[in-house]
Design a binder for this molecule. Structure first.
Ligand code: FRU
Length: 324
């Protein structure tokens, strides 16, 4: 068989219109552009499990070298993952886990640890005495259930903390009327939300009731940039956020290793850390530096592409001259 000159990587993203996911795709694009042989194709399932299955079917048909998936649902996707594996295509899962161990590698931060970090933060701020509202993500996704699990593991050790639970809908809005009721919200001292968007939406509700200064909000994700969680911490809207890296560039690096038949660990853990007013500046400076380096690299890549174009027109001209 002839050696292929490109590494074809397909990525199935589950959710559109979401800054965390856009940032993941951006990172992937940059990492891919560093390797001229990588051909990255991104599909978005728009929050539909059946779209995601269709996209992965397509990637199998297209004989991708590696398939990266950020799963929407953990059950319905299992057969198509197993099909890819049976066809000999390595599968990398990012962020959410699925109900099969028949994949090649998983990449993501430990969501139980994420929940514990948030729990410890609220315990230490409140000295173990507070009414805490937890706004959970969908329990059908592993980040949703694991963050909550870790959070409760810590909180339940403190009898002085009363925990109230509600859930957020798929679009990051707190679902329950509890939060919209002034009397009930008035009793709350801390909110732990599944992610920064949910935390911010809860803060807006509290602000509408004049309770935004009284309640402290803790979220998850800690994206850098104007709409991200780090900025919300700097603005004093969030008390803290727990960093949850998207893993975009690591996913591409892993895919490349797999395409080169290297053995990679099955579980690839990304690191997490609490971001609060003490380190928000340091964190955003670090991330800014990385983005500046990335845009320098992008610029260099464009220069190289231009050069290659010029070179190929020149060499075509030369060939024409030689033919004449
Ligand atoms: C984005 C998001 C993030 C969260 C992750 C969990 O779609 O909700 O905020 O950390 O997905 O799956």
């Amino acid at each position: 068989e002839e050696e292929k000159s490109t590494v074809d990587i397909g990525f199935s993203q589950c959710i559109d219109n979401d800054i965390w996911r856009k940032s993941m795709e951006h990172e992937m694009g940059i990492e891919a552009s560093l390797h001229s042989d990588i051909n990255l194709k991104i599909y978005n399932a728009n929050r539909k499990a059946k779209n995601q299955i269709r996209d992965i079917e397509r990637m199998i048909e297209d004989k991708m070298d590696v398939i990266i998936i950020s799963p929407f649902e953990s059950d319905s996707i299992v057969p198509v993952i197993e099909k890819a594996k049976a066809e000999g295509i390595p599968v990398i899962l990012v962020d959410r886990k699925v109900n099969t161990s028949n994949y090649t590698a998983y990449l993501g931060a430990d969501n139980i640890e994420v929940g514990r970090i948030a729990g410890r933060n609220i315990v230490s701020l409140s000295k173990g005495n507070a009414n805490v509202l937890e706004i959970r993500g969908e329990a059908t996704t592993t980040p949703g259930s694991e963050r909550s699990l870790g959070f409760r593991q810590i909180i339940k050790q403190y009898p002085g903390i009363k925990l109230i639970n509600i859930v957020a809908d798929n679009y990051g809005r707190p679902k329950d009327d509890y939060i919209k009721n002034l009397d009930s919200l008035n009793k709350i001292d801390y909110v732990f939300a599944f992610n920064d968007i949910v935390a911010y939406n809860a803060w807006k509700i509290a602000k509408g009731k004049g309770l935004d200064k009284k309640i402290k909000f803790v979220g998850v994700d800690g994206l850098n940039g104007p709409n991200g969680g780090i900025q919300l911490v700097k603005d004093g809207i969030l008390e803290a956020t727990v960093l949850y890296p998207t893993g975009g560039s690591d996913a591409i690096k892993l895919a490349l290793k797999l395409a080169n038949n290297e053995i990679v660990p099955k579980n690839n853990k990304l690191s997490t850390i609490l971001i609060d007013s003490l380190n928000a500046d340091i964190m955003s400076n670090q991330f800014d530096k990385i983005s500046i380096q990335q845009s320098d690299i992008e610029e260099q890549q464009n220069v190289i592409k231009d050069q290659v174009k010029k070179y190929s027109t020149q060499s075509n001209l030369l060939k024409m001259v030689l033919v004449l």
